[in-house]
Design a protein around this ligand. Structure first.
Ligand code: AMP
Length: 282
């Protein structure tokens, strides 16, 4: 595995590989790798000649009061895990390499940002879409791998690829969970021990709502209330949102049918966690 820190070198390598018609699987991450990331890498390994992993905590997608400084980082551990997944190139640029000066152009996401994390984190998806556009231009991936844990991000990037005619196939990968159901996240290490114990209720509440939905509960307000009650009973976390929308459009539903997402975000002492389930209603 080769570690690359400059855009120039990364682009030169990609140009050489592309001239040999190699397919490139790209997995963008913020590091502090866990099994969710490794699943994306594994899938990329199976489907492409080359695998490029990026590790970059992108300041552009963090709000001023968010956890950019506290975001966990451990490059040596990540490097070993990436080697284990047979990554070919680990792209690890410094912030100054990615943003040497204030951007003169920024990507603005116009649709689907008035809900869920887009609403709670103004500017977040502009930061994501901007960095992903840069990465796609640097790496020219054949396929790019994203986790459904960030389902809104998947929908936004699908829109970016489609609207800007980017020659990239997006592959969306299922959520990887701990044995107790908690969605794996780099941020889980910032839960207090007592919070970690009760955090599985986030997924349990989503499962309960999904079961009720399939048993015929048609009222989204009741389903949302059910989730809120379960979380409030088990945790001291502050619910940021619990919402139900069509997916991937992320529009409110008059009738619960088609593909829908039930999504939530909960703020704990030092960390805000998200989770979701996507299900089909006939
Ligand atoms: P992050 O490093 O948190 O930006 O995540 C990098 C990529 O890994 C994103 O596409 C995430 O959606 C994906 N990812 C993070 N956690 C999980 C998980 N538990 N299961 C599946 N994919 C995940």
């Amino acid at each position: 595995m080769k570690i690359i820190t400059t855009i120039k070198e990364m682009q030169a390598i990609i140009a050489a590989q592309k001239s040999q018609e190699k397919s490139i699987g790209f997995v963008p991450t913020m590091g502090f790798l866990h099994e969710g990331h490794l699943t994306l890498l594994n899938r990329a390994r199976q489907e492409n000649d080359l695998v490029v992993l990026s590790i970059f905590v992108n300041p552009l997608q963090f709000g001023p009061k968010e956890d950019y400084a506290e975001y966990p980082r451990d490059f040596e551990r990540d490097r070993a895990l990436a080697e284990g997944e047979k990554v070919d190139f680990l792209f690890y640029p410094a912030v100054e390499e990615m943003y040497p000066h204030e951007l003169s152009v920024k990507v603005t996401v116009q649709d689907r940002t008035d809900v869920l994390c887009g609403k709670s984190r103004p500017g977040h998806f502009d930061g994501v879409a901007t960095v992903i556009t840069k990465f796609f231009n640097i790496i020219s991936p054949t396929r790019a791998y994203f986790g459904k844990k960030d389902a809104q991000q998947v929908a936004v990037i699908e829109g970016l690829i489609s609207d800007f005619n980017m020659p990239v196939d997006l592959v969306a990968v299922d959520i990887v969970r701990e044995n107790d159901g908690l969605a794996k996240s780099s941020r889980n290490v910032n839960l207090l021990p007592q919070e970690r114990q009760v955090a599985p209720v986030l997924y349990q509440s989503l499962q309960a709502a999904e079961a009720a939905l399939h048993e015929g509960e048609q009222n989204p307000i009741k389903l949302i209330e059910m989730i809120r009650e379960m979380i409030n009973k088990e945790t001291n976390g502050e619910i940021d949102y619990v919402q139900i929308y069509s997916y991937p459009q992320l529009k409110p539903l008059e009738k619960l049918e088609g593909t829908i997402i039930i999504a939530l975000a909960v703020k704990f002492t030092k960390v805000r966690l998200i989770d979701n389930t996507i299900t089909n209603i006939d």
